[in-house]
Design a protein around this ligand. Structure first.
Ligand SMILES: [Cu+2]
Length: 592
């Protein structure tokens, strides 16, 4: 049931900001970025908010690098406490009017968490999507304190792509990123330049999409203070206000031309399904997707008929054609994805009526484009884009090491649920001791035992550099999880429906009993398809409920200790994260 809410802020009244560009070549590849407290106005009608930002801004500067030209960043931690976010768990999931508390500003009767202000601003920076040596990858426990600095070297031996840098501190990434510690990083190269795609303003527009909530005063008026609010039923924050490049519901004036829009979901937990509307009707055919997380697709792809799905950390490189539009035309981007997202579809044609507080989507507005100015010659879209990768050969995959990971939500009394990744190893013959996971594919059944469940458990994944691996991500929860691997990108091989049973008490602290069948359940309405716009090089993949996703990954260049995790920040902070160690082949036989 839908309760329309009246938005307390006017949509589409403020210009979309474009983050300051920090072009590495201009600084001979040596940059200094200061993490500082700052003030930021998220909307014309809001007071200033205190934030933590890279160079004191939200978002941080967009760093632009060139393939093959290393960049060194001195990340200087000049934060001083307290954390500029009020953290609260509201006592009830809905208010007296039955409206979910996450849809409204303020603390909703919650008390401010007293531990959060004590966070003194320890940080660590991760370049998401970077092919980065392990020592500079931003291990979640290698922190530096206010007054300290870290000098990280980024080789940039990687294809052109939109990356992003953000805080990655163990247990509080959700708060540090929410406070503002995120920025974009664009890698460019000659191949991409040869295609004549827009580069830089005004026709290349980066969009960092996030959601935020704010506190209210005693009269119920919005004040700028950032609020991270959860409730007893939903342990992720799904704030009501969509913020693009730091502004709530901005508007961008565009000329009648082709624009390159580089979108990234930088929200803590919310998945967006973006629909472009004119006069209430979808015009998704204006959008052509040319790239994914790690850069160009082989060929352009349409976005799915329902809209462009972006789970946290996913990126899309898009060409949007406004060239036939008269000045004064307006196109609006709406989000049709309910939260928590579980893969359920929604027809683009119904987007204008999608507002739904039960789905924690009181305001579907994201952004508006307003056509103004003179026409510019329309760009044709190259039919061939990337030529530097192919789907992995079946011969290479036949030999590949296979790994299986179950995604599990464990309910606890009086505490938020624990989300863990259960690394599975094939059980020994004769291992009959009850707690096993069986995966049945036709008449073949594989029996697994859990070998690791928590971040601090012993490392069990030691991928060999240069060799393909096939990872199976098996979702045994009710929500979609965007799983992110650090270091090299992967390709999605399959999305397969599963049905499974977990016996009562089957999810233990470390063990797991489950029987999984690779077949569709009777009530499963998801299509479990790989969309054309997912057939690229990715570092984050949505794993939907009742689904096993198979990816092929080959770590190539750097050996060391890295992480993979769910990119819902409230999940990775609650243990949905595990290490892996990449090793050169010659060393493997010397491992004890
Ligand atoms: Cu998750």
């Amino acid at each position: 049931m839908s309760h329309p809410l009246t938005a307390p802020l006017a949509p589409f009244v403020e210009a979309l900001p474009v983050p300051r560009r920090l072009v590495a070549a201009v600084h001979e590849g040596r940059l200094t970025v200061r993490m500082r407290p700052g003030t930021h106005r998220f909307h014309r009608d809001l007071p200033e908010s205190t934030i933590w930002g890279y160079d004191g801004t939200v978002p941080g500067p967009t760093i632009e690098a060139e393939r093959g030209q290393p960049v060194t960043v001195e990340w200087r931690n000049e934060l001083d406490g307290p954390l500029p976010v009020v953290v609260t768990v509201a006592p009830h999931a809905a208010d007296a009017d039955g409206v979910p508390v996450q849809c409204v500003p303020g603390l909703s009767g919650g008390t401010a968490d007293r531990k959060a202000p004590a966070l003194a601003g320890h940080t660590v920076v991760h370049l998401h999507g970077g092919l980065t040596p392990a020592v500079y990858d931003g291990w979640a426990e290698n922190l530096f304190a206010p007054g300290q600095a870290a000098v990280f070297h980024y080789p940039m031996h990687q294809r052109a792509a939109l990356l992003w840098y953000h805080d990655h501190v163990m247990g509080v990434t959700k708060l540090d990123v929410y406070a503002g510690l995120a920025g974009l990083w664009i890698v460019r190269d000659d191949h991409e330049r040869g295609l004549g795609l827009p580069e830089g303003p005004p026709f290349e527009v980066p969009l960092l999409i996030q959601d935020r909530n704010f506190d209210v005063d005693e009269q119920g008026r919005l004040i700028g203070r950032l609020v991270h609010k959860t409730d007893p039923e939903v342990m992720e924050a799904f704030p009501p206000f969509t913020v693009v490049n730091g502004k709530v519901w901005p508007v961008l004036d565009v000329r009648p031309a082709t624009y390159r829009v580089r979108a990234i979901n930088g929200s803590n937990a919310r998945t967006y399904r973006l629909v472009l509307l004119r006069d209430g009707a979808p015009e998704l055919e204006r959008i052509t997707q040319i790239g994914t997380d790690h850069g160009l697709l082989r060929t352009p792809a349409p976005v799915p008929a329902d809209g462009l799905l972006l789970a946290p950390a996913e990126r899309a490189d898009l060409l949007v054609d406004f060239s036939d539009l008269a000045p004064g035309s307006e196109l609006t981007v709406l989000n049709t994805a309910a939260a928590p997202f579980d893969g359920t579809g929604f027809q683009a044609a119904d987007a204008e009526s999608v507002a739904d507080v039960e789905g924690l989507l009181p305001y579907p507005e994201v952004l508006r484009f307003r056509v103004a100015g003179d026409a510019v010659r329309r760009r044709s879209i190259p039919r061939e884009l990337a030529t530097d990768y192919e789907p992995p050969a079946s011969r290479a995959l036949a030999r590949a090491r296979r790994r299986a990971i179950a995604l599990v939500e464990r309910e606890l009394d009086d505490e938020p649920n624990m989300l863990t990744m259960r690394e599975l190893a094939v059980a020994a013959d004769g291992d009959e001791d009850g707690r096993l996971v069986t995966v049945t594919d036709g008449d073949e059944t594989t029996r697994y035992r859990v070998v690791a469940a928590h971040f601090e458990d012993t490392t069990t994944f030691f991928p060999v550099l240069g060799e393909y691996e096939v990872w199976q991500l098996i979702n045994l929860t009710g929500d979609t999880h965007p799983i992110h691997l650090h270091l090299d990108p992967f390709q999605i091989l399959a999305r397969r429906p599963i049905r499974y049973e977990i016996p009562p008490g089957g999810i233990g602290d470390r063990d797991l009993a489950a029987s999984i069948n690779l077949e569709r359940g009777p009530d499963d309405e998801l299509n479990h398809a790989i969309d054309d716009n997912e057939r690229g090089l990715n570092d984050t993949v949505r794993v939907n409920p009742n689904e096993l996703v198979e990816i092929a990954v080959r770590f190539t260049t750097y050996s060391g200790r890295y992480m993979y995790h769910c990119h819902i920040l409230e999940h990775e902070d609650r243990d949905m994260m595990r290490p892996f160690v990449t090793m050169p082949a010659a060393l493997m036989s010397f491992m004890a």
